[in-house]
Design a protein around this ligand. Structure first.
Ligand SMILES: [Zn+2]
Length: 307
């Protein structure tokens, strides 16, 4: 079986081996023990919500601030995906988080595209805008750069960050710009916030929904997502860690498949969530006694949903 990941954050998927190389490239020597470093990269079992989960990204980001480090981070991730038998990945990151050493967003994206070149796995980039205060210009710039590199390594844009603190409807104008630029987009919605956020993302014209897992709270919305054929990028382990669900048994995967939704299964963050697509599929298979044809359907959905 060949795997595909459509919802994979670069900064949340830096392995320990990769981290050490990125540190060396920045002339840092990480002398701490492996368990200590792993603890810095991975979410703790007592994580309470998305806001807390998001604090785990500052550490790897510190080592992803030069062109060399960014190219290496993408290359290393592709090699790791190849070892896991992946055939395709859409890797996302927010260019504005890689500017502390003076790079421009354009340089950041170029460096990541360089990391894709001649890689062992077919992969494309999704550029994330970020929810927050005072970064409006950066978000618009991200979308302009996505347009510049569209079909040259970049396949789409996204909106990431603290959904419960900065609601999706605040970003209406930003996504109008994405539509004007004809850059396809997915939006993180229906993860920390509920169905309202998903309705808003659909209204904006999102081609996929990042997570969208809380759609089940509104039966009409489930029907609408199926009717519109808008794929959901589900990430089960991540949703358990951010406490969207307290028990995997409550995960609505069968409900979505039965409703005819194009449900895909993804890892979100391989290091922060300590997972990958094979493990996510195995978890669902075990929990819901999924048949081989259920798994095949999920895999096929990921092909259909690719940008
Ligand atoms: Zn995500």
């Amino acid at each position: 079986m060949k795997y595909r990941d459509l919802h994979l954050h670069l900064d949340g998927s830096i392995s320990l081996t990769s981290l050490k190389e990125l540190a060396r490239l920045g002339s840092y020597e990480l002398t701490e023990s492996d368990p200590y470093l792993l603890n810095k990269l991975q979410v703790s079992p007592d994580c309470r919500n998305l806001n807390e989960y998001l604090t785990k990204f500052a550490f790897p980001l510190f080592f992803m601030q030069t062109e060399e480090q960014l190219t290496a981070s993408v290359k290393n991730l592709l090699a790791e995906l190849k070892a896991l038998d992946y055939e395709y990945a859409e890797i996302r990151f927010a260019p504005q988080l890689h500017l502390t050493k003076g790079l421009t967003q354009e340089k950041v994206v170029e460096a990541c595209i360089k990391g894709l070149k001649d890689g062992p796995v077919d992969a494309k980039l999704i550029l994330c805008a970020l929810r927050g205060d005072g970064n409006e210009n950066e978000n618009y710039e991200t979308f302009e750069i996505a347009k510049q590199f569209l079909s040259k390594g970049v396949c789409a844009v996204d909106l990431a960050g603290a959904e419960a603190l900065y609601s999706t409807d605040k970003y209406k104008e930003l996504f109008k710009r994405a539509r004007d630029l004809e850059v396809p987009f997915t939006i993180h919605a229906g993860e920390a916030d509920g169905p309202k956020s998903i309705y808003t993302a659909l209204e904006f014209g999102a081609r996929r929904i990042g997570h969208g897992v809380r759609a089940f709270e509104d039966k009409a919305l489930v029907k609408e997502i199926a009717r519109l054929k808008i794929p959901l990028e589900l990430c089960p382990t991540s949703n358990l860690q951010t406490c969207v669900f307290s028990d995997i048994k409550d995960y609505p995967i069968m409900q979505y498949l039965d409703a005819g939704i194009i449900a895909t299964v993804n890892s979100d963050n391989m290091s922060v969530s300590h997972t990958d697509v094979p493990r996510e599929l195995e978890l669902l298979k075990k929990t819901f006694s999924l048949s081989d044809s259920d798994i095949e359907l999920i895999q096929k959905n990921s092909v259909i949903a690719s940008f």
